[in-house]
Design a protein around this ligand. Structure first.
Ligand SMILES: [Zn+2]
Ligand SMILES: [Zn+2]
Ligand SMILES: [Zn+2]
Ligand SMILES: [Zn+2]
Length: 213
């Protein structure tokens, strides 16, 4: 099933960019907005952050750029990813460098450095695999939370398997035969039990297990 989502939106300035242009855009956009000059505390109050890109390992059309405090722990990043993209029934998850698992209580600053790639898995049965790339390390005196979204892909436009409208529901019985993406009208006529249907959501876990956004 083709999922078209080449663009995303910068959370700082609300402009739209292609996936490939977003990294460079954020570097200049953050340069303008990540130091609050009005803060009186001066440069000694600057905190360290990582700029991360998280994307679906096999569904790279789902991606996010994140600003994460270097003092955050992997469990903070895990909770964030569950909240925004993954959580269906409390499955286990793991961050790995190569095959080695990282302790979730570990702080990011002791593990991450620019250029590094991590793997993340949610649910060891119907696994959703993500790749986490460390773009850079930077300082800022603006901190809203441990993990903040800098940019995110716009919802992919997924066509109904049976007509040319956009899919809004997924029949989990039929999705592996490429017949399970359904628009509202085709869902009405679809023979399977309505309980098998999940909403189409902007997440690499759409249609998997019981994930409903
Ligand atoms: Zn921007
Ligand atoms: Zn589940
Ligand atoms: Zn349809
Ligand atoms: Zn079906």
């Amino acid at each position: 099933m083709q999922r078209k989502a080449l663009r995303g939106t910068c959370a700082l300035c609300k402009s739209a960019f292609s996936k490939s242009a977003m990294t460079r855009h954020l570097q200049s956009c953050m340069g303008k907005s990540q130091i609050d000059e009005k803060s009186t505390k001066g440069s000694s109050s600057l905190l360290k952050f990582f700029h991360l890109i998280v994307e679906g390992k096999f569904l790279p059309e789902y991606w996010m750029h994140l600003k994460v405090s270097s003092h955050a722990r992997f469990e903070d990043l895990d909770s964030f990813l569950r909240e925004i993209w993954l959580e269906c029934c409390g499955h286990i998850s793991a961050f790995r460098i190569g095959r080695e698992e990282i302790k979730k209580s570990q702080k990011l600053e002791y593990v991450l450095h620019p250029g590094m790639r991590l793997n993340y898995e949610y649910d060891f049965g119907s696994t959703t695999e993500l790749v986490v790339k460390v773009v850079s390390e930077f300082r800022s005196n603006i901190k809203a939370s441990e993990v903040e979204i800098l940019a995110r892909n716009d919802s992919p436009q997924i066509q109904c398997s049976h007509c040319d409208r956009l899919a809004t529901l997924i029949c989990t019985e039929c999705m592996y035969e490429d017949a399970g993406w359904l628009c509202d009208d085709c869902a009405e006529d679809h023979p399977c039990d309505k309980e098998m249907m999940l909403p189409v959501v902007n997440s690499p876990r759409t249609g998997v297990c019981a994930y409903s956004g």
